[in-house]
Design a protein around this ligand. Structure first.
Ligand code: ZN
Length: 189
């Protein structure tokens, strides 16, 4: 983990520990939140809310897998309830923190949250923070503070700077994936 990631991870770890009422030591980067730490679906809402408040960001709410499937249609991520080879490829790229054996073609497509770990939240937060502007587009000032979710305020000139949301980042990721995948297919042909 980079220094930035370590900082995000610390917050992710305490958000998970506090929500699940366990000690922070029990939360390791790769522990499965459902099966090993006893999380329920509703806990994810609380963990997300806490991270959004802390970092002044908006994560993608709802099923990212459904949204990705929608954006990549008509290519199918799942067929008859199981991951297609394409679906496995997409999700492996999107969720590099999940061991490959948990994202195999033919495995059940539902229950992706059963593969979530602290690293899943770390990745989601890091993606949105990375997309944030570093300097003010008007005065190039570097002193940007959180005004409200997804909005920074330039302390030098008072300009409000909009930041990409989780939804924006997800769309961008899918666009990049599709372009890359097309290129690879063309190279293979
Ligand atoms: Zn400014």
């Amino acid at each position: 983990m980079s220094i930035d990631e370590q900082e995000i991870y610390r917050e992710v770890r305490s958000a998970i520990a506090d929500t699940l009422r366990i000690s922070a030591q029990q939360v390791t980067p790769d522990a499965l939140l459902f099966h090993e730490l006893g999380a329920a679906s509703l806990d994810f809402v609380d963990i997300e809310f806490r991270l959004e408040t802390h970092f002044g960001i908006e994560l993608y709410h709802g099923s990212a897998v459904d949204r990705i499937a929608e954006l990549l249609a008509p290519q199918l991520l799942e067929e008859q309830g199981v991951l297609t080879p394409f679906g496995a490829r997409v999700l492996r790229k999107r969720m590099p923190e999940v061991p490959l054996e948990r994202l195999q073609p033919g495995q059940p497509a539902a229950g992706i949250e059963h593969r979530f770990t602290a690293r899943t939240f770390l990745r989601a937060v890091a993606e949105v923070l990375k997309a944030r502007p570093r300097l003010c587009p008007r005065c190039s000032g570097l002193d940007l503070v959180i005004a409200r979710p997804s909005v920074l305020l330039c302390q030098s000139c008072g300009t409000e700077v909009r930041c990409p949301t989780g939804e924006d980042c997800l769309q961008q990721w899918v666009a990049d994936f599709a372009a890359d995948d097309k290129e690879r297919a063309a190279d293979a042909a």
